[in-house]
Write a protein that binds this ligand. Structure first.
Ligand SMILES: [Ca+2]
Ligand SMILES: [Ca+2]
Ligand SMILES: [Ca+2]
Ligand SMILES: [Ca+2]
Length: 268
């Protein structure tokens, strides 16, 4: 090889490596995708509604963005069982969720495709169950049983405004916003709801300011279901879609009895 050709070859080689380096750097500085929206991801359907939650080694950042390390290693579960309403197509509604935990919180990442987001409280607090909202059914000691006028289990209606709404022991509709920290972000018609949920047991007292959440431990099991009330502007809950095939009579017993809930097993 002539010296001139050799120098040209070396220069070309340097320039290729330079390009390689800058590509790598631009990948590293790329804004992380909050809503991956990768429909090729497997979604696990569980007829019995029994799920597992993996422990997060670092607290999940509640910002609506599913880029926390724990969400990279957890499976999507389906919340597409039709509980009420007519059949829906993919653009109208599609829902999936992930679960994680640490000693202080149950973490839930919910990703919903919804063609129209209706503010939950447009018609006032009394219509909180008419959607759009995520409903979380939680029975901390998995006792089952009636919870309509007590707090041995909860049916939290998480509204588009970020409130957690349920009935008090004397059947008043109340905010339990201290129980659930939620942030929601949007990309097109896809909504990501990220939540940190405190677990309270049957001793929870509506009139007390000293209720203490329970610590979550490995191998603990709770009663749990999750659902979405889809309102597309017709002033009603047009569909109610859940994480378990059956949820009682007309699939609408969850707000009355914890007998119909599925479950979560907390694992490390
Ligand atoms: Ca996050
Ligand atoms: Ca819809
Ligand atoms: Ca209970
Ligand atoms: Ca809707």
């Amino acid at each position: 090889m002539k010296p001139g050709v050799l120098i040209l070859f070396i220069l070309l080689l340097c320039s290729c490596n330079k390009n390689k380096t800058s590509n790598t750097e631009s990948n590293l500085t790329k804004t992380p995708n909050c809503i991956v929206n990768d429909q090729s991801d497997a979604i696990i359907s569980k007829d019995d509604g029994d799920f597992k939650a993996l422990k997060a080694n670092t607290p999940v950042i509640i910002d609506g963005c599913g880029n926390d390390s724990i969400w990279n290693i957890t499976n999507w579960y389906s919340m597409n069982y039709k509980w009420m309403g007519s059949d829906v197509d993919f653009a109208d509604y599609h829902g999936k969720f992930k679960l994680a935990w640490d000693n202080n919180y149950l973490y839930v990442l919910v990703e919903i495709i919804d063609d129209y987001l209706n503010p939950t409280l447009e018609n006032g607090l009394e219509n909180y169950w008419k959607g759009d909202y995520v409903e979380l059914f939680i029975d901390e000691d998995k006792s089952g049983g009636n919870h309509k006028l007590n707090h041995q289990a909860f049916a939290y209606h998480v509204s588009t405004e970020g409130h957690a709404i349920d009935k008090s022991a004397n059947e008043k509709t109340i905010f339990l916003d201290d129980h659930i920290n939620v942030k929601r972000i949007q990309e097109g018609h896809t909504y990501s709801w990220e939540m940190a949920i405190k677990l309270f047991d049957k001793t929870f007292d509506d009139n007390s300011t000293s209720n203490r959440p329970l610590k979550i431990t490995n191998q603990k099991s709770i009663g749990f279901s999750i659902a979405y009330g889809d309102n597309d502007g017709k002033n009603s809950r047009e569909n109610f879609m859940g994480s378990k095939r059956h949820h009682g009579t007309n699939n609408d017993d969850g707000y009355i009895t914890a007998d119909v809930f599925g479950s979560i097993l907390f694992i490390e």
